[in-house]
Design a protein around this ligand. Structure first.
Ligand code: NAD
Length: 351
């Protein structure tokens, strides 16, 4: 399995994005966010998406260098149109607005519609936490035929619809960030590329039977579906994401208006809150430290906090390089060759 230094991978992705019209600043930022997802262990939301992003841009479904505009709301409430820009850019622009608004007014309620894929939502919670802000995001994903079945259902009706909450906590904020599907659909793709099975309980076939074979989504046969995580609870959260992320923002719920469209479209509702506006900041920080220490003392060294696995993986992958499956690396090399971008050497060769 090839391994690539994160700096080389970021430079490669930025160069590819520039080839399809992204300005150097945007290309560098989108590339950094994609590689950060790999660094943090979420390969589903990393560079395996690049060939698709490039195609979406070439097909006119992504607008490079888009600046978000406020479509609705006033004061601390803002619904923003992403003009189908790169989500890693539109998401950061709107989060920056929300942080500044929360600093001034205590809270910001945000919506984003009409944006391409926002990627790893934890990036925006980290952005808010770095500014000392609490954040909460509900996102719906509308791209092609819906892939997640409702609890008790037989076929896909919703997106993988992530929920994300960030709590500032010094250098190591709590970042709870997960898809409401049993696993992220990108992880099904990563397993498919790697020829692996997914954990039991994640997939159903087109007949509604349980399966661990990622081919039920990515194979040539009739399409199955992902189940929700946590039975009725994950299903309920996914439905709320459709309503807050899709209906409330005006971005739209599943199914997409044009199921043949290849773009990944997200709608996001959220808020950013300055904890200092809710009471004593030192008392809040002490309580956060206290409860985190208390839960970890249950089995010290074994109990992690949300955000810890990502920090650990990022540390390791920064030192050792980012492992990519052969299909992902092959697709990247093919895209680079087509666009005339030089490919960096790998730390460990491809098979
Ligand atoms: P996951 O199942 O790996 O869960 C990740 C979360 O659980 C993180 O907050 C992590 O810190 C925490 N966690 C993991 N192990 C832990 C442990 N032992 N103790 C404490 N906390 C632990 O995530 P996922 O559902 O596969 O989602 C992956 C990513 O996909 C997320 O970043 C999400 O935002 C992204 N996503 C994006 C979209 C989109 O449309 N943009 C859709 C779905 C998912």
């Amino acid at each position: 399995m090839p391994r690539i230094a994160d700096t080389d991978l970021t430079a490669l992705v930025a160069a590819l994005l520039e080839k399809v019209g992204s300005a150097p600043t945007e290309a560098a930022q989108v590339a950094a966010d994609l590689v950060a997802a790999n660094l943090k262990g979420h390969d589903s939301h990393g560079v395996q998406l690049v060939p698709r992003y490039i195609l979406n841009t070439e097909e006119g479904q992504i607008t490079p260098n888009a600046t978000v505009t406020r479509a609705f709301g006033e004061g601390p409430i803002g619904v923003f149109d992403g003009h189908m820009g790169f989500g890693q850019s539109t998401g950061r622009q709107v989060t920056a607005w929300a942080i500044e608004t929360a600093k001034a007014q205590g809270i910001a309620m945000l919506g984003i519609r009409n944006t391409h894929h926002l990627g790893r939502i934890g990036a925006y919670a980290e952005q808010a936490a770095a500014a000392g802000m609490i954040s909460l995001f509900f996102v719906n994903a509308v791209s092609g035929p819906p892939v997640v079945s409702p609890f008790g259902g037989m076929d896909g009706r919703m997106g993988t619809n992530p929920v994300c909450i960030g709590i500032p906590k010094g250098e190591a904020p709590l970042i709870l960030d997960f898809a409401t599907s049993a696993i992220a659909v990108g992880k099904v793709k990563v397993a498919f590329n790697a020829g692996k099975q997914v954990p039991p309980g994640a997939l159903i076939t087109h007949l509604g039977e349980p399966s661990t074979d990622p081919a039920v989504i990515y194979g040539p046969g009739p399409r199955g579906a992902l189940g929700p995580f946590g039975a009725h609870k994950g299903y309920g959260l996914a439905l709320i994401c459709e309503i807050l992320g899709g209906a409330l923002t005006g971005g739209g719920t599943n199914p997409p208006a044009d199921p043949a469209r290849k773009a990944i479209v997200n709608g996001m509702f959220g808020f950013v809150l300055d904890p200092a506006r809710m009471g004593s900041l030192p008392a809040f920080a002490a309580e956060v430290e206290g409860i985190c220490r208390y839960v970890q003392e249950s089995a010290f060294g074994h109990v992690l906090l949300p955000g810890d696995p990502e920090r650990r993986t990022a540390h390791r992958r920064h030192d050792d390089g980012i492992p990519l499956d052969d299909v992902t690396w092959g697709d990247l090399v093919a895209t680079a060759t087509r666009l005339g971008v030089p490919v960096p050497a790998t730390l460990e060769p491809a098979a």
